[in-house]
Design a protein around this ligand. Structure first.
Ligand code: NDP
Length: 290
């Protein structure tokens, strides 16, 4: 089976690395030097044209949003193999997914939205969680490909459903990160060291991925490692508000978190870790979470 991977960023690079261990893997990246470095390091092959990346059985994408995927699909779709499956690992809009699926269908290409969770560490370890929207028969055909990058694959519904689940998941992560940052700043001001507070919270009912991993590894250590950009998180929470809109759910909390995230992007700038929202809380309160 020949696999293609387009978008060798923080997530796509290590995912394509794991695919190249098991499959004949062709890689495409907007900035070609990144694809060349990937090929040299991981044994993939560089696709230097849309025709070359289109000539595969399974084409994976991991671009910033559905907008970039759609633009890419418009270029490659006419050159793709009839019967190919498109695995879109991007976190995008459900509506965008449905448009891409419609664009690909006349070319005999079946589209699955397949956003991932687990961060760059999960991508490197090949232990991501993948949430799939789309045809289950197509999913069965590509399970071997997903097994190379994932520890868990869950079919959640029709095209677009994977994107909806991913958006809500990230909105929950962001919400707990904001709330935990506020709580820890207040506790520090009240005289409780953040490490002590986290020791209690992480063995109590208020614990979350934010308190157990994000704050412990990035905020308390002051590392703020930029493996997931803050503007991508803001984008994901915005996507979650679209899920709420489509469902007619009011959703005051998630809408507020979206607003907070865009304000944080304006304050700390793009390209930094999404955990930098803790810095916004620190700036406002004058307390360092450490
Ligand atoms: P990066 O910014 O690290 O990589 C983005 C990739 O998209 C690069 O390959 C970039 O190419 C390419 N790209 C950007 N704009 C365009 C364009 N207009 N046309 C074609 N290619 C383009 O992002 P991530 O890998 O972090 O994120 C990718 C997706 O995965 C996002 O949807 C994100 O929300 C999601 N995600 C990220 C996680 C993380 O922890 N980082 C975790 C789970 C999901 P170039 O090299 O030329 O810039």
């Amino acid at each position: 089976m020949k696999v293609g991977y387009a978008g060798l960023g923080a997530m796509g690079g290590p995912m394509a690395m794991n695919l190249a261990k098991h499959f004949d893997t062709v890689v495409w990246n907007r900035t070609t030097s990144r694809a060349e470095a990937h090929a040299a390091e991981h044994g993939s092959t560089v696709a230097s044209s849309f025709a070359e990346i289109a000539d595969v059985d399974v084409l994976c994408t991991c671009l910033p949003t559905d907008v970039e995927v759609k633009a890419f699909a418009e270029q490659v779709a006419p050159q793709m193999r009839d019967g190919a499956v498109w695995l879109d690992h991007t976190s995008g809009a459900s509506a965008g997914s449905r448009e891409i699926a419609e664009l690909l269908a006349p070319h005999g290409v079946r589209y699955l939205d397949a956003p991932v969770s687990g961060g760059t560490a999960g991508a490197e370890a090949g232990k991501l969680t993948v949430m799939i929207g789309g045809d289950e028969g197509a999913l069965d055909e590509v399970r071997g490909v997903l097994d190379a990058v994932a520890a868990s694959v869950v079919h959640v519904g029709p095209v677009g459903a994977g994107m909806a689940v991913k958006a809500v998941n990230n909105a929950l992560m962001s919400t707990s990160l904001w709330a935990a940052s506020e709580g820890l700043a207040a506790l520090k001001a009240a005289g409780v060291e953040s490490t002590k507070a986290l020791e209690v919270i992480n063995s109590s009912s208020g614990r979350s991925f934010a308190t157990e991993t994000l704050i412990a590894n990035n905020v308390v250590t002051r590392k703020f490692t930029p493996t997931f950009a803050i503007e991508l998180m803001a984008k994901d929470v915005k996507l979650a508000t679209s899920v709420l809109d489509d469902a007619g759910v009011d959703g005051k909390v998630i809408r507020l978190v979206e607003e907070l995230n865009w304000a944080a992007v304006a304050e700390v700038g793009e390209g930094v870790s999404h955990t930098s929202v803790a810095k916004v809380v620190e700036n406002q309160s004058g307390v360092e979470i450490s």
